[in-house]
Design a protein. Structure first.
Ligand code: PMT
Length: 401
C-alpha cells in the first residue's frame, strides 16, 4: 500500500517555544513513516533544543542561518522547492504574527514565503496569548489563505496554568499530516462551481426582498475545494466576506443575475454546489423611483425567480450536482424530495430556524444525503469549514464509485 508519508519531503519549522522538545519526537515519528525530514529552526528554538538533536534524528543538515551554506544555492528557495509539505510545530505567536503579515526576517519565515505547497501550523503557547485577539486575527488571516491550522490541545501548560495552548501529541500531528497529504491534490484537474450568499430582488431603487445568508457556507466550500487542488469558480450574491484565495469570484445581486452567471460558466464544470440562498420570488416589477408612503396599505405582486439548481439538474450532462436544502422542519423528507425533484447527485440539509447553525453563523449542523446509495450522514455541529471538508469527503467518495 502506498502510504501518504512514504518518501514525502517534509519541511519542519521549529520556533522558540517550550513545546520544541516535542518536535524531536515528531521527527522520529515522521522518519518511522519513511518520510524525508528537513528541519528549519529559529534562533529562539535553538535555545530550547539544539540543532544537533534534529540533525541526528533527521539525518539531514538543519537550516537556521540565512547567511551560511553553499553560496551557489539560495537555501530558502531550493529547500522550499524540494519540499512537499511545510509544517511549523510549535508555531509561536511571534512567528504566526510575522508569517500572517508577510514578514521575513529569518530563514524560517523566508521559507514560508517561498514555499508554494500545503502548509500546516501548530500554534503552541500560553492560553491567554493564544486567545489574545491579535493572535486570533493573525490565525484567521492564515486560515483565509488556506493554511491548515491544527488547534492546540487543552491541558496543563508549561507555566503551570491550565488552558488551551498545548502542542498536540506528535502522533496526532502525524495523523493530521497524513490526512492533509491524502486530500491535497485530490481534486486537481477538477473544475468546481459554487454558489454562495443571498440574492436581492429589488422592488424600487432602495428596497429589496432577501434573506440573512452571509455567504460563509459557500465561501468555506470554495476554500476547501481550492485546498484540494480544484479550479474553483465562486458565484456570490452580496457578501462582506473576503475573496477565498485561489478562486475566481463572480459577484451577482439578483436571482436572474446569478442564474445567468451560472449558465455562462457551467460548461466544462465537473462539480457544482448550490449553497446560495436564492430568493424564490421577486417583485413582478421594479419601480424606477422610490415607492412613496402615501397609502394605508400596499400590496405587491411577486413572481417566481428562475430555479438555478433545477435548471442544472435538467441538463443531466454528467455534472456532479450538489443541492442544499434550508428547512425549518421535516429535514430528511424535504431533502429527499428536493434531491429527486431537482435531479441532484447529493443533497446537504440544514435547519435554519434553530441554534444548530444555518444563516450567518460560523457553525453548521448538516445532513448529507446521497442519491446513489441513499446513505444519510447526520453530522454534529461543527465550523462551516469543517462541514465543507465533510461535504468534499463525501463528494470524493461518491465520484470514485
Ligand atoms: O450563507 P450562510 O450564512 O453561511 O448560510 C448558509 C445557508 C443556510 C444559506 C446554506 O447552508 C444553505 O442552506 N443554502 C441553501 C439555501 C436555500 O435556498 O435553500 P432552499 O431549500 O430554499 O433551496 C434548495 C436548493 O435550490 C438550494 O441549493 C438553492 O441554492 C437552490 N435554489 C433555490 C431557489 C432558486 N430560485 N434557485 C435555486 O437554485
Amino acid at each position: 500500500m502506498n502510504l501518504p508519508l512514504t518518501k514525502k519531503n517534509i519541511l519542519l519549522g521549529v520556533t522558540g517555544g517550550i513545546a520544541a522538545y516535542k518536535s524531536a519526537e515528531l521527527v522520529r515519528g515522521l522518519i518511522k513513516k519513511n518520510a524525508v525530514v528537513r528541519v528549519a529552526m529559529t534562533e529562539s528554538a535553538a535555545r530550547f533544543v539544539t540543532p544537533l538533536t534534529f540533525e541526528v534524528l533527521s539525518q539531514n543538515r538543519v537550516y537556521m542561518d540565512m547567511w551560511e551554506g553553499d553560496p551557489k544555492e539560495i537555501d530558502h528557495v531550493t529547500v522550499a522547492g524540494e519540499s512537499d509539505v511545510f509544517i511549523i510545530a510549535p508555531a509561536t505567536a511571534n512567528t504566526i504574527g510575522k508569517i500572517s503579515h508577510g514578514l521575513a526576517d529569518n530563514l524560517l519565515t523566508n521559507l514560508f514565503l517561498a514555499f508554494k505547497g500545503p502548509v500546516m501550523i501548530c500554534p503552541s503557547m500560553n492560553s491567554n496569548m493564544y486567545l489574545n485577539p491579535a493572535v486570533q486575527e493573525n490565525l484567521q488571516i492564515l486560515r483565509e489563505r488556506n493554511t491548515h491550522l491544527m488547534e492546540p490541545d487543552f491541558g496543563e501548560l508549561a507555566c503551570g496554568d491550565e488552558g488551551i495552548g498545548r502542542m498536540p501529541d506528535p502522533d496526532n500531528i502525524i495523523q493530521a499530516l497524513e490526512c492533509l497529504l491524502k486530500k491535497t491534490g485530490e481534486l486537481s484537474g477538477k473544475k468546481v462551481m459554487i454558489t454562495a450568499g443571498p440574492t436581492r430582488e429589488f422592488s424600487d431603487p432602495v428596497r429589496f426582498l432577501s434573506n440573512p445568508s452571509s455567504g460563509k457556507m459557500g465561501y468555506a466550500l470554495a476554500e476547501a475545494a481550492v485546498a484540494r487542488g480544484a479550479e474553483v469558480t465562486l458565484i456570490s450574491g452580496p457578501s462582506q466576506l473576503p475573496k477565498p484565495a485561489g478562486s475566481q469570484v463572480i459577484h451577482t445581486v439578483s436571482a436572474d443575475e446569478m442564474n445567468h452567471a451560472v449558465i455562462d460558466h457551467i460548461e466544462g464544470m465537473d462539480i457544482a454546489i448550490m449553497a446560495a440562498a436564492v430568493s424564490d420570488y421577486k417583485p413582478a416589477s421594479c419601480q424606477h423611483e422610490k415607492i412613496k408612503k402615501n397609502r394605508e396599505k400596499l400590496s405587491m405582486d411577486l413572481e417566481l425567480t428562475p430555479d438555478i439548481l433545477d435548471g442544472l439538474g435538467k441538463r443531466n450532462n454528467g455534472l456532479f450536482l450538489v443541492g442544499f436544502a434550508a428547512e425549518t422542519g421535516d429535514l430528511i423528507e424535504n431533502m429527499k424530495d428536493k434531491m429527486l425533484r431537482k435531479n441532484c447527485s447529493l443533497m446537504v440539509g440544514n435547519l435554519v430556524n434553530s441554534s444548530h447553525g444555518g444563516f450567518g453563523s460560523d457553525n453548521n449542523e448538516i445532513v448529507i444525503m446521497g442519491r446513489g446509495n441513499g446513505q444519510v450522514d447526520k453530522l454534529p455541529r461543527m465550523t462551516k469549514r469543517q462541514a465543507a471538508e465533510k461535504i468534499f469527503d463525501r463528494i470524493v467518495e461518491e465520484i470514485k464509485q
